[in-house]
Design a protein around this ligand. Structure first.
Ligand SMILES: Cc1cc2nc3c(=O)[nH]c(=O)nc-3n(C[C@H](O)[C@H](O)[C@H](O)COP(=O)(O)OP(=O)(O)OC[C@H]3O[C@@H](n4cnc5c(N)ncnc54)[C@H](O)[C@@H]3O)c2cc1C
Length: 379
């Protein structure tokens, strides 16, 4: 029987980054993926690194996002050095364009919200925004520049992390689906694969939106897939330097000249089909934001499945079963949250303490909520 200090279910960006951290801390680590690792959400993503909340429900995640983006430059440098591969990190800021008639009020609300959360944001007049990013539409009325935000080529990053984890001693097993966690009394003894068991002192579930399909995990990680469709464009006569947002869309420039546009958010089960309606929505919003894109070539379309949790917040940390940890539910921010997730899981395993408050993200919050609801339900 294979025996490790830590066994990880899932080799996306989260599982592989945890493997890298633990291997560098001197642990014997294994990653089991049911297919080639790194081909699900981590491959499909846009790679924007933005801790700004998209809605009030996401405010709880801001401190984690800020801590993670602060780790990014060092994290990328380490991954690139060990793997010998580029991660396509672009620390160039992001620019949110406003079209509305009521831009003045909207602008001051956005700026105040960011400053209240300790996030850097600068108001820009339309002409200043267009000077920075000439591709922006003439109809843009104002903008918000978030200079500390960034982007990364998530496909390149995930491949680089996997390579760095391997070179640091982690064993990666492709085509090895995890069926269940191996429970012995109140202890998790490792993972159950199709035809064998793997023994580990620590077991980490990082199987993205598929985590709840592993036997014994749904109560800790009741995640479901949230489909996102994407388009990659190439425009020879148009330059975009920063990530651009409107209310409807984002455009993410890559180092190789591609512009990635996305994304839809659909709860459609595990379906990854690209649809005419989805792509139409993305393309019309992209052209509204940067009209020159009307002449761009469509290079690729795809869809991926984000790991969404009931409160849309990540699921991180130990469970009430000894040795069993969750690292999933990162929804729309898994690339942003990769360095902090890997660090916190490593700290917990090697030091039994963590350097950031992660109680809000506990895997026990769903069973606690269920018990609470049952207690307050009318008899
Ligand atoms: C369209 C789209 C756009 C996005 N944009 C952004 C963005 O701009 N910024 C950002 O920060 N985040 C973004 N995200 C979210 C981010 O991509 C995810 O949160 C992140 O990739 C999740 O990583 P993961 O490793 O948990 O999951 P995944 O990458 O899905 O990896 C899970 C792995 O587990 C494996 N697996 C599944 N079941 C089993 C099993 N039973 N046994 C073994 N292995 C198993 C899978 O094969 C897979 O390799 C986006 C996501 C999508 C889809």
């Amino acid at each position: 029987m294979k025996k490790f200090d830590a066994a990880i279910a899932g080799g996306g960006v989260i599982g592989s980054a945890i493997a890298l951290e633990l291997a560098r801390a001197g642990l014997q680590v294994s990653v089991f993926d049911r297919q080639q690792p790194g081909q699900e959400a981590s491959w499909a993503s846009a790679g924007i690194l933005s801790p700004a909340p998209e809605n009030p429900g996401m405010v709880a995640m801001v401190p984690l996002g800020k801590a993670s983006i602060a780790l990014y430059p060092e994290f990328v440098a380490q991954v690139e050095e060990i793997s010998g591969r580029s991660a396509g990190f672009r620390p160039k800021g992001t620019l949110e364009a406003l079209f509305s008639q009521d831009t003045k009020a909207q602008l001051s609300t956005i700026i105040a919200l960011h400053h209240g959360l300790g996030l850097k944001a600068e108001p820009l007049r339309a002409e200043d925004a267009r000077e920075l990013e000439p591709a922006l539409s003439e109809d843009v009325e104002a903008a918000v520049l978030r200079p500390e935000e960034a982007s990364v080529d998530n496909r390149a990053l995930t491949a680089a992390i996997l390579e760095a984890a391997k070179r640091s001693g982690a064993e990666i097993f492709s085509g090895n689906a995890v069926k269940a966690m191996w429970r012995e009394g109140n202890r998790c003894a490792g993972l159950v694969l199709q035809n064998e068991k793997v023994e580990a002192k620590w077991t980490i579930i990082a199987a993205g939106c598929f985590s709840a399909t592993i036997e014994g995990i749904a109560q800790y990680a009741p995640v479901r897939p949230a489909k996102g469709q994407m388009v990659a464009l190439r425009a020879d006569d148009l330059e975009i330097d920063r990530v651009l947002w409107s209310e409807k869309i984002y455009l993410v420039p890559r180092n190789d000249g591609r512009i990635v546009a996305g994304a839809t958010v659909e709860h459609a089960g595990f379906d990854k089909r690209v649809t005419a309606g989805g792509i139409e929505k993305i393309l019309s919003s992209a052209i509204e934001l940067a009209p020159g894109l009307a002449n761009a070539r469509i290079e690729e379309t795809w869809a991926g499945l984000r790991p969404d949790s009931p409160d849309h917040l990540p699921i991180l940390g130990p469970t009430d079963i000894d040795g069993l940890l969750m690292a999933t539910g990162h929804f729309r921010s898994g690339i942003l949250l990769t360095p902090i997730t890997a660090r916190l899981i490593r700290e917990w395993i090697t030091e039994q303490r963590v350097s950031a408050d992660w109680d809000r993200f506990s895997p026990l919050r769903f069973s606690a909520a269920a018990t609470d609801a049952a207690r307050h339900a009318p008899a």
